[in-house]
Design a binder for this molecule. Structure first.
Ligand SMILES: NC(=O)C1=CN([C@@H]2O[C@H](COP(=O)(O)OP(=O)(O)OC[C@H]3O[C@@H](n4cnc5c(N)ncnc54)[C@H](O)[C@@H]3O)[C@@H](O)[C@H]2O)C=CC1
Ligand SMILES: CC(=O)C(C)=O
Length: 258
């Protein structure tokens, strides 16, 4: 890399976002972390600093348009540019359709869909000013290609992410900004701990059983680590992916084939 580029990752105090941030730091990016969880974010910053990673952090809500703008400002103030912006923050919800409440639907869409739109807007505005292109990368899921029982609202948000990824790719191509998405399968993060707990309760089975049942469908025979996702995001963030845009690509060990 000639000049050090900057990558911003939302929801990156833990899990997949943190894994992506660590990998992009290794690839030579300055890193800007963001999360709602202030304590965990600061803990992660300290860990990155111990590893000599050039890191900044912003406590903020990815579901708020003003916070997304402030996040971009923070990155520019600290490092001078935003070259890669990763809309990673996401939340889950487990319930049969008949039990979904308006509040649950609202809060899920606010983070997983509205947040992605606000992130795209804030990042693209800055990248256009820089006149040097850029890469916007969204967290989709196998659930953005295949809908699952008990996860209907979550799946709908990820289908929406896939749709916005396609539209944004077309709108920003003239500015040399590419927009793609990663679609993980079953990653052992705190999100899946919560999904497992809720699903196992609904299925009336022991904790861990829902995770095990989903894992049985993975062709490569194991669940994912954040690093498996980060290895692919590294490619999406690099110049090697310059000719790819509008794609939501499965990185799931072989669960969904299409
Ligand atoms: N874990 C999995 O199996 C899969 C996860 N994904 C997606 O990958 C992304 C990351 O997932 P995980 O790391 O598993 O989740 P996680 O729940 O383990 O970590 C997500 C982080 O995002 C933060 N966050 C949540 N809402 C936020 C908001 N409004 N603003 C800022 N930060 C916020 C949380 O505090 C947390 O630190 C999500 O978009 C998720 O939907 C996609 C496919 C599979
Ligand atoms: C959390 C998630 O996206 C799935 C499908 O497990």
């Amino acid at each position: 890399m000639n000049q050090q580029k900057t990558a911003v990752i939302t929801g990156s105090a833990q899990g997949i976002g943190k894994g992506i941030a660590l990998r992009l730091a290794k690839d030579g990016f300055n890193i800007v972390l963001n999360d709602l969880n202030e304590d965990l974010l600061h803990e992660t910053v300290r860990e990155f600093e111990t590893k000599q990673i050039k890191v900044a952090a912003f406590v903020g809500d990815a579901a708020k348009q003003n916070d997304q703008r402030a996040l971009v400002e923070k990155a520019v103030d600290r490092f001078g540019s935003v070259d890669v912006f990763i809309n990673n923050a996401g939340v889950e919800q487990v319930a049969p359709i008949e039990e979904i409440t308006p509040d649950q639907l609202e809060s899920l869409f606010q983070v997983n869909v509205f947040g992605v739109v606000y992130g795209i807007q804030a990042a693209a505005e800055q990248m256009k000013k820089q006149e040097n292109g850029g890469k916007i990368i969204n967290a989709c899921s196998i659930a953005g290609h295949q809908a699952y029982t008990m996860l209907s609202a979550y799946c709908a948000t990820k289908f929406a992410v896939r749709s916005f990824t396609q539209s944004a790719a077309q709108e920003y191509a003239k500015d040399k900004i590419t927009v793609n998405a990663y679609c993980p399968g079953i990653v052992g993060t705190s999100m899946w701990e919560r999904i497992d707990e809720a699903m196992s309760r609904y299925m009336n089975v022991e904790k861990g059983e829902a995770f095990k049942k989903f894992a049985e469908g993975i062709a490569l025979g194991r669940t994912q680590e954040p690093e498996d996702v980060a290895n692919f995001v590294s490619y999406l963030a690099s110049t090697d992916s310059d000719y790819m845009t509008g794609q939501s690509i499965m990185i799931d060990g072989g669960i969904v084939f299409n």
